[in-house]
Design a protein around this ligand. Sequence first.
Ligand SMILES: NC(=O)C1=CN([C@@H]2O[C@H](COP(=O)(O)OP(=O)(O)OC[C@H]3O[C@@H](n4cnc5c(N)ncnc54)[C@H](OP(=O)(O)O)[C@@H]3O)[C@@H](O)[C@H]2O)C=CC1
Ligand SMILES: O=C(O)[C@@H]1CCC=N1
Length: 267
Amino acid sequence: MPKITIIGSGNIGLSLAKGLLAKAYCQAEDITLTRRNIKQMNSEAERGFKLSDNNREAILRADIIVLAVLPQQLNQVLEQINGAIIAEQQLVVSVISGVSCKDIRLQLGDDIQVVRAMPNTAIAIGQSMTCIASDHATDHHMAEVTRLFETVGAVVTINEDLMTSATALCACGIAFFLRSIRAASQGGVEIGFHAHDALKMAVQTAKGAADLLLQMQSHPESEIDKVTSPKGCTIAGLNEMEHNGFSSAFIKGIKLSAERAGGLYKD
Ligand SMILES: NC(=O)C1=CN([C@@H]2O[C@H](COP(=O)(O)OP(=O)(O)OC[C@H]3O[C@@H](n4cnc5c(N)ncnc54)[C@H](OP(=O)(O)O)[C@@H]3O)[C@@H](O)[C@H]2O)C=CC1
Ligand SMILES: O=C(O)[C@@H]1CCC=N1
């Protein structure tokens, strides 16, 4: 069983820990969670995770060290753990947006194996879309990281220069799709449903759309063609959305998020 230390147990760090436990990748006691305010982590202690507010100590027996702090918090963490990582035995996985493998190796040492990963919060339920990349890691380490993230969702290996794009499309993307479900449910209320029914209907409809594409391996437009009866109500609604910039707004949002993701460490 690999031992994992997650440095920075906030939204994504905790989601990863919960997902790994739920999918039986390891036992709770194999995962050490760190943050500065560990007093706020009572429920995690109850789940059986080890807790620490000392990053240097927390990485001592870890096989995999996951960096999951905010970009602006990273330098302090790297100073704390610098010199304590055993290059031949330990692997660093960073989920931090806008920080390259090289940025991390520049501070920790060139012999340290670093893999970047970009999951999303659906990792907590084993449904993440995670992109991974490295500029130098061995095939063995890439396979190990692939196995870890495949336990909690789908994995695509990409070139590191596309990592900020992956951040926008997949990590931010979950918020974009959630907002579109929220918008659908608000529309549902306006045409007559109570809020809880409208939300349930919107969620299941969105799930059906995603599953259609996943299971049929089809293109969205070919599935849309099956819904849009000639002179029908679907094409009327769809075209109204497009006249109001639906696709354009989505694309522009993704582009802006990608731009921001690239600058997060430097800002
Ligand atoms: N949220 C998401 O969906 C995704 C986020 N990411 C990336 O993951 C990183 C974390 O994001 P997110 O989880 O949203 O942020 P959060 O603010 O929720 O989590 C950051 C955590 O780091 C802890 N922390 C800060 N400084 C230290 C330190 N010196 N040692 C140990 N822990 C520390 C904070 O707790 P405390 O203040 O108590 O120390 C906090 O719990 C970011 O770099 C982000 O780009 C990547 C993919 C998806
Ligand atoms: O909003 C953010 O900056 C982080 C990175 C990707 C998802 N959340």
